[in-house]
Write a protein that binds this ligand. Structure first.
Ligand code: TRP
Ligand code: ZN
Length: 461
C-alpha cells in the first residue's frame, strides 16, 4: 500500500520545505524548483544530477493512453530533504526513493518528492515514478508544438525546449545529461522507435515491446519516442556505424534518395567536425501534417516529411553541435543553431554551391532585417530562442571568426570545440575563451562585442 497521499498543496509545501530533526544528523534543504535558466527558470531542478533514466512506457494510440514507469538514478549534489522533478500533466500513481514510499506533491510542472530518508551530498539514489494518462501537447513561447503529438497512426514525443516533461518526469534542462534505456510497448502492427540502439523486442498478448539503449549522455530535449507504422531501413555509415531509419510509408518514396545520402553526409561531417559522437545514427520521417519542424533528436533526428539535403545536413550537424556539445542554458542556443546553419553553408561551399563567405555577404547586404533584431548570444526572450538572429547571425559569427583566423585555424577551432566538450555541456563564454586560446595572436574583441553581443546590424569594418 502506498503512503503517498495527495496532500493539500499548502501543507505539502510546508512538508517539503521543512527539514526533519530526527534524521540522523543530516541538515539538508530542498533542492529547488529550477536551475535559473534565463529563459525557462522553472526548467530543471536543483540539488541532484541524473545519471540514468530507465523508462518503461506503454502506449495505445486509440484512447491516447500512456502508462509509464520512470526509474531515475541520480547523485545528490547537496544534502537533500526534498527535490523536484519536472512533469507536465499525467497522473502520478506512486513515487518511491531507494525503494521506500516517498511523499510527493504537485504544483504546475513541479513534482516535489520528499524521500522517507534524507539524502546526503554525493549519495547516488534511485527514484521510481509510476504515472499514467493522456500526455499533453505543449505550446512553446514561440507558438510551436512539442511534448506529445498524436500522429495519424501513433504519436511522437518531442522535447525542445521543455516538451519532454509531457511524457516523462525528470530533470528537464540541457545542463543535466544522462544515459537512457527506453522501452515502449505498443499494439502489434505498430512500431516504437527511439534514440540509440534497439536492444530488445518481444511480443506478448497482442502487444510488442521495443527496448532502446542510449549509451552516451543525452539531454532530455533530444530524447524521442515515435510510435506508428514505419518502414524500417538499416544500413551502415562511416566505420561501420549502424544506421536505422524509420519512415512513414507515405513518405517512403520521397525520402529514399535523400536518406541514402546519410553515410556520405556523415563522412563529410566527420572530416569537418571530427569523429561522429554516438554509437548509431539514422532518421525518423513522419508526415508533414503530424509534425511541423525538424528536430535533432539524438542519433535519430525527426523530419516533417522527406527532408531536403540542407535540412538533413543541418540535423546531422546538430549531433556534434547541440547533442554532443550541449548548450548549458537556453541562452546558448546559438552554439546549436549557428553551428548547424554554418554546416549547411560549408556543405554548399564544398559541393559546388555558394561559398560560406558569399552566403554571409548575401545576408549582410540583403533586406531581411529580422536577422538584426537581437544579438545571437542574448535572445530577446523565450519566444525568440529559435529566431533568425540565433540561426543566421549565429552562423555569421562563425564566418567572422573564419575571416580572422583563416581556414586552417578555423577548422581546428570547430573540430577542437566538438572534441573539447564531447558528451558535455558548454556556454558562450567558454566558446569565446576557446577561440582566443586557439588563435592567441588575434583580437576577437570586436567580433564578440558587435556580432555576438551587440544590438543591431554591425557596421562594415
Ligand atoms: N532545433 C530545431 C532545428 O533547428 C528547430 C526547433 C524545433 C526548435 N523545435 C524547436 C528550436 C523549439 C527551438 C525551440 O533543427
Ligand atoms: Zn537546428
Amino acid at each position: 500500500m502506498s503512503r503517498s497521499v495527495r496532500l493539500v498543496p499548502a501543507l505539502a509545501a510546508v512538508l517539503a520545505l521543512t527539514g526533519t530533526a530526527c534524521d540522523g544528523g543530516v541538515r539538508g534543504t530542498p533542492g529547488g524548483p529550477g536551475v535559473h535558466d534565463p529563459y525557462f527558470p522553472r526548467a530543471g531542478n536543483g540539488g541532484y544530477d541524473v545519471t540514468h533514466y530507465a523508462l518503461t512506457l506503454d502506449y495505445t494510440p486509440a484512447g491516447r493512453r500512456l502508462t509509464g514507469r520512470a526509474v531515475i538514478t541520480a547523485r545528490a549534489t547537496q544534502d537533500l530533504t526534498a527535490f523536484d522533478l519536472d512533469l507536465d500533466g499525467l497522473d502520478v500513481g506512486s513515487v518511491t526513493v531507494e525503494g521506500r514510499d516517498a511523499r510527493w506533491n504537485r504544483a504546475g510542472q513541479e513534482l516535489t518528492v520528499r524521500p522517507h530518508d534524507d539524502l546526503r551530498d554525493g549519495e547516488t539514489f534511485t527514484t521510481t515514478v509510476r504515472y499514467s494518462g493522456t500526455p499533453r501537447t505543449l505550446t512553446d513561447p514561440d507558438g510551436s508544438e512539442e511534448g506529445w503529438l498524436a500522429t495519424a497512426d501513433g504519436a511522437l514525443g518531442l522535447g525542445e525546449p521543455v516538451g519532454s516533461m509531457a511524457w516523462f518526469p525528470g530533470n528537464h534542462h540541457p545542463s543535466d545529461k544522462a544515459t537512457y534505456d527506453i522501452t515502449v510497448t505498443v499494439p502489434d502492427g505498430l512500431q516504437a522507435v527511439s534514440n540509440g540502439e534497439l536492444t530488445g523486442r518481444s511480443s506478448k498478448g497482442g502487444r510488442t515491446a521495443y527496448t532502446w539503449h542510449t549509451a552516451q549522455p543525452m539531454a532530455s530535449y533530444v530524447a524521442t519516442v515515435a510510435v506508428g507504422r514505419y518502414d524500417i531501413g538499416r544500413g551502415t555509415g562511416p566505420h561501420g556505424l549502424p544506421l536505422l531509419t524509420a519512415v512513414d510509408p507515405e513518405q517512403a518514396k520521397a525520402s529514399e534518395d535523400v536518406l541514402a545520402r546519410i553515410p556520405e553526409i556523415l563522412d563529410w561531417e566527420e572530416s569537418n567536425f571530427g569523429p561522429y559522437p554516438f554509437s548509431s545514427a539514422g532518421a525518423v520521417v513522419d508526415r508533414p501534417g503530424d509534425v511541423r519542424y525538424a528536430l535533432e533528436t539524438q542519433t535519430r533526428p525527426v523530419f516533417p516529411g522527406a527532408p531536403d539535403t540542407g535540412t538533413l545536413v543541418h540535423e546531422l550537424a546538430h549531433q556534434w553541435y547541440g547533442d554532443s556539445v550541449t548548450p548549458r542554458s537556453w541562452r546558448d542556443m546559438w552554439l546549436n543553431e549557428g553551428f548547424a546553419t554554418y554546416a549547411e553553408w560549408l556543405y554548399q561551399e564544398d559541393h559546388g554551391g555558394r561559398s560560406a563567405q558569399q552566403t554571409f555577404t548575401d545576408l549582410y547586404d540583403g533586406d531581411d532585417d529580422a536577422i538584426w533584431d537581437f544579438p545571437p548570444a542574448r535572445p530577446s526572450g523565450a519566444a525568440h530562442i529559435s529566431g533568425s538572429p540565433v540561426y543566421e547571425r549565429g552562423a555569421m559569427v562563425l564566418q567572422k571568426i573564419r575571416q580572422k583566423t583563416g581556414d586552417d585555424t578555423f577548422h581546428d577551432i570547430i573540430q577542437g570545440w566538438a572534441a573539447a566538450h564531447r558528451h558535455g555541456t558548454a556556454d558562450t563564454a567558454q566558446f569565446t575563451a576557446y577561440v582566443e586560446r586557439k588563435a592567441p595572436d588575434k583580437d576577437f574583441g570586436g567580433i564578440w562585442r558587435d556580432w555576438l553581443y551587440g544590438d543591431g546590424r554591425p557596421g562594415r569594418p
